[in-house]
Every structure is written in structure tokens, then in C-alpha cells.
Design a protein around this ligand. Structure first.
Ligand code: GUN
Length: 296
């Protein structure tokens, strides 16, 4: 048996199209244009690519994009002053500070300086707490994208056994909270988990977010399970550069019921959900109804 492929590229295009429709209506009916500010400190090449893609896709859905590129030696005081200005700017509905920051900057301090209502990454401690207590939060983009794809595939997730491999603040922990809120029985597994293979084999939903290339082989996958592979790992094989996930795709696709490929699975959903979050933040800021199907 070969699993159904969950096409994240097509799914993300659909999310962006929905966002664009809402943005058009906001302009026509409310005279409002959602705005996203992205702050990049330093010249990390991978971050520069992300930021360029974010800016391009923000404009494509009709939103305003504000890019702030700061030198690598920017002081914490200067960065905090920029965040304070963006917090106060009514044209800015979402603020994203690209991570990782250079080592001399305290990421927690910087992220927690963002107005939680504009924290479209969902990293501010207020949003983490709101999500953990089942209140209305801004939700981290990658887990939100995974949740959207899971809901689309399964309908209800209620009662399913979900195993999240990885305990990062950006993916693993918020993913577990979202699955719990959708009434899954959730296990968070990690590098110290005993008999990880057996834990994974109990999963109806297996989310891999560890950042280790092809760590999870097909024989750890329960037949018929849904596998969401968050990993994006660059490797070299047979002299060729390749992108692979945290799951060994070739063996897992033979066992799973559905699986996200790498590339073209979860990856494209992150920016699409960032745009959805910016739209949501704009609607909330103006007391307007939230876009249906684009929030947790
Ligand atoms: N760096 C890599 N991914 C992300 C992300 O989703 N948000 C931020 N702020 N930085 C990142």
C-alpha cells in the first residue's frame, strides 16, 4: 500500500488565496490594509532567503510589507526601540523578528517586547500561556499549518493517539497543545524517550520535528497512520545535495495512510500561516470577525 500524499504546496496556495480574498474585502468594506513588519538582524543567508520569500508573498496577497534590515552589531536597545515603534504603529498588525538573532541579543527579551496582539509568530509568553490554557492566542505558524492539514485529512481528531517527536518551543510544544485542544491523546517524545520506536508505533498521528535527517524509519510507523514531517534537512547523497525530512520517506510511504513529503509538505504552510495570522491580528485589532478556517 502506498500512502496518500498530503500536498502542502497546493494547500498553502489555497490558504494564501483565502487570505487574499479576505484582504480584498477588508480594503473594499473597511478601508483597511493588513501590514506585516519583518525584522532581520545580521546577514544569515538562510534567514535572508526566508525574509525575501515572506516579503514577496505578503505583497502577493495584497498586504503591506515592511522590512527592517539591521546590521549584525545592532544593540539590544536599538532593536527594542524599533519594536516599540512597530508596536505603536497602527499600520503594522503583525511583527516578526527573524530567529536566530546574533548571540549578543537576548531572544526571549526581544520576543517578549513585541505587543502580544501583533506577535504573529505566537512566541510571546502571553501567547504561549493563552494557547496552553485554551484561550484565544496567536498560534505559531508551522504547528498551525500542520493542524490545518490534519483537520482537512481527518475531519475530527478527537480521541486519536498523537505522538509529537521533538520538544522545541517553535514546533513540538505548541503542536502538542493544539492536538490536545482538538482532543487527541498526546505524547511528546524526544531524544531521551525510552523505546522511541514503540512510542511512535502507537501513533495514529505522528508529527516529526527533531531536525535529524530520516531518523524515523517506516517500521516505526503504525499501518494507516498520518505522518506529518516537519523536518527540512539538507544532506548530500551520491554527490548530490538533497532536502530530506525527519522521516525516511521511501519506507514510511509504504506503511502510512497519509504523509507529507519533503519538500512540498509542511514547508510551504509556514509562510501561508504567517499571512493568515497577520490577517487574524488585523481583524482582532479592529474588532472584526476572524477569518473562518484560518485560525486554530
Ligand atoms: N526562523 C526560522 N523559522 C522561523 C519562524 O517561523 N519565525 C521566526 N521569527 N524566525 C524563524
Amino acid at each position: 500500500m502506498s500512502a496518500k500524499l498530503i500536498d502542502g504546496k497546493a494547500f498553502a496556495a489555497n490558504v494564501r488565496a483565502q487570505v487574499a480574498t479576505h484582504v480584498t474585502r477588508l480594503k473594499e468594506v473597511n478601508d483597511l490594509i493588513p501590514g506585516l513588519a519583518v525584522v532581520l538582524v545580521g546577514e544569515d543567508p538562510a534567514s535572508e532567503v526566508y525574509v525575501r520569500n515572506k516579503g514577496k508573498q505578503t505583497l502577493e496577497v495584497g498586504m503591506n510589507s515592511y522590512e527592517h534590515k539591521l546590521p549584525a552589531d545592532t544593540s539590544e536597545a536599538d532593536l527594542l526601540a524599533l519594536i516599540a515603534a512597530l508596536n505603536a504603529d497602527p499600520a503594522v498588525h503583525g511583527i516578526l523578528v527573524q530567529l536566530p538573532l546574533p548571540g549578543h541579543l537576548n531572544s526571549d527579551l526581544v520576543i517578549n517586547a513585541i505587543d502580544p496582539a501583533k506577535d504573529v509568530d505566537g512566541f510571546h509568553i502571553s501567547n504561549v500561556g493563552l494557547l496552553g490554557t485554551g484561550q484565544k492566542a496567536m498560534v505559531p505558524c508551522t504547528p498551525l499549518g500542520c493542524l490545518m492539514m490534519l483537520r482537512d485529512h481527518h475531519g475530527s481528531l478527537s480521541g486519536l493517539n498523537a505522538v509529537v517527536v521533538g520538544r522545541s518551543n517553535i514546533v513540538g510544544k505548541p503542536m502538542a497543545q493544539l492536538l490536545l485542544a482538538d482532543s487527541c491523546t498526546v505524547t511528546i517524545a524526544h531524544s531521551r524517550t525510552k523505546d522511541l520506536a514503540a512510542v511512535c508505533r502507537g501513533a495514529d498521528i505522528l508529527v516529526a520535528a527533531v531536525g535529524r535527517p530520516e531518523m524515523i524509519p517506516g517500521d516505526w510507523v503504525k499501518p494507516g497512520a498520518t505522518v506529518i514531517d516537519v523536518g527540512i534537512n539538507r544532506i548530500e547523497r551520491d554527490g548530490k545535495k538533497k532536502l530530506v525530512g525527519d522521516v525516511e520517506f521511501a519506507s514510511a510511504v509504504e506503511v502510512a495512510g497519509a504523509i507529507t513529503p519533503v519538500p512540498g509538505g509542511v514547508g510551504p504552510m509556514t509562510i501561508a500561516c504567517l499571512l493568515a495570522n497577520t490577517l487574524t491580528a488585523c481583524c482582532r485589532a479592529h474588532g472584526l470577525p476572524e477569518p473562518e478556517g484560518l485560525t486554530a
